[in-house]
Write a protein that binds this ligand. Structure first.
Ligand SMILES: Cc1cc2nc3c(=O)[nH]c(=O)nc-3n(C[C@H](O)[C@H](O)[C@H](O)COP(=O)(O)O)c2cc1C
Length: 246
C-alpha cells in the first residue's frame, strides 16, 4: 500500500507513479485508519518534507495509531532541496508506536515554501527540470523497493542535525500560526482554497477563515488561490504560487 499525504500535489504525482510501477494501491492518509493498515505486507509512506521533518498531519497520524509491526515500512518523501534527518524522525515516531521504519528515499520536486524572506517558488525552468529528473528518480526508487534493498538514499543537505533537531521544533512552534493568514479584497469567494483538503478552512460569508489551532501550515490554500488574495504575513505578497499538475 502507498500511504499518501500531499498538500500541493507534488507527492500525489510521485505516489501515483510509484503505485503504477509497484502495482500498489494509493490510499490517502485522510481515508486511512488502523483497520486499513492492518495486515499490509508493505506500507510506503509518501509525504512532503516540512522544515526538514514530517508534516504535522503525518506526525499526528502516526502518534494516533498503533502501527502494524508485521508490515515493512518504507519512506518516500518529496522536498524542494533536502530533508535533513527527517527519516530518523519518521523511524523514531514509528518505533514509539510499535513498528520499524526501514529504507527511506527522497525526491526533489518544485518548492512550495514561500513564507519566509529568501524562499520562493522555483523558476519555470527549474520546475520543468526537477519534474523530468523526478520521474527518473521515482523509477530508480521503485526498482530499489522491488528489489527489497534495505538501505535507501536521501539528500540530507548541510547541517542536517541542526535543521531537524533544532529548526524543525522552532518552526512548528513559532512559524505555523494560521492567524497570520490574511485574505484581501481580491477574494471572489470561489472556494478554491477549500481544495487544500486540510479541513481547517471554511468559507464564512464568502471568505475563507482559518481554524487557528489546527492549521498544518501546508500552504495549499495560499497556492490554490487564483487571485493571490491569500497571504501569510507580508512576506508572501510578492511571492509566486505553484500547484502540481496532477
Ligand atoms: C511548510 C513547508 C516547509 C517546507 N520545508 C522544506 C524543507 O525543509 N526542505 C525542502 O527541501 N523542502 C521543503 N518544503 C518544500 C516541499 O517539501 C516540497 O515542495 C514538496 O514537494 C511539496 O509536496 P506536496 O506538493 O505534495 O505538498 C517545504 C514546504 C512547505 C509548505
Amino acid at each position: 500500500m502507498i500511504l499518501l499525504y500531499s498538500a500541493t500535489g507534488n507527492t500525489v504525482c510521485v505516489a501515483r507513479q510509484l503505485g503504477r510501477l509497484l502495482g500498489e494501491e494509493v490510499v490517502s492518509l485522510h481515508e486511512a485508519d488502523a483497520n486499513r493498515l492492518k495486515g499490509q505486507q508493505r506500507i510506503v509512506w509518501c509525504f512532503p518534507i516540512h522544515s526538514w521533518g514530517m508534516p504535522k498531519a503525518v506526525r499526528g497520524f502516526i502518534d494516533s495509531l498503533v502501527m502494524p509491526a508485521e508490515s515493512k515500512h518504507i519512506m518516500v518523501c518529496t522536498c524542494g532541496d533536502d530533508i535533513g534527518m527527517a527519516d530518523y524522525q519518521w523511524r523514531k515516531a514509528l518505533a514509539k508506536r510499535g513498528a520499524t521504519g526501514g529504507a527511506a528515499f527522497s525526491v526533489q520536486m518544485p518548492n512550495t515554501y514561500v513564507a519566509l524572506p529568501g524562499f520562493d517558488v522555483d523558476s519555470p525552468e527549474v520546475v520543468s527540470l526537477k519534474l523530468k529528473q523526478a520521474a527518473v528518480r521515482v523509477e530508480e526508487i521503485a526498482r530499489a523497493i522491488y528489489a527489497d534493498e534495505p538501505v535507501g538514499s536521501v539528500v540530507r543537505g548541510a547541517f542536517a542535525r541542526v535543521k531537524t533537531g533544532l529548526l524543525y521544533p522552532l518552526f512548528m512552534r513559532f512559524l505555523t500560526h494560521a492567524s497570520r493568514f490574511t485574505v484581501n479584497d481580491d477574494c471572489v469567494g470561489c472556494g478554491k482554497c477549500l481544495l487544500a483538503k486540510c479541513g481547517y478552512i471554511e468559507l464564512k460569508e464568502g471568505r475563507p477563515i482559518w481554524r487557528h489551532e489546527r492549521c498544518n501550515m501546508c500552504m495549499a490554500c495560499y497556492h490554490s488561490c487564483p487571485r493571490h488574495a491569500i497571504n501569510y504575513t507580508r512576506f508572501t505578497r510578492k511571492k509566486g504560487q505553484y500547484l502540481a499538475n496532477q
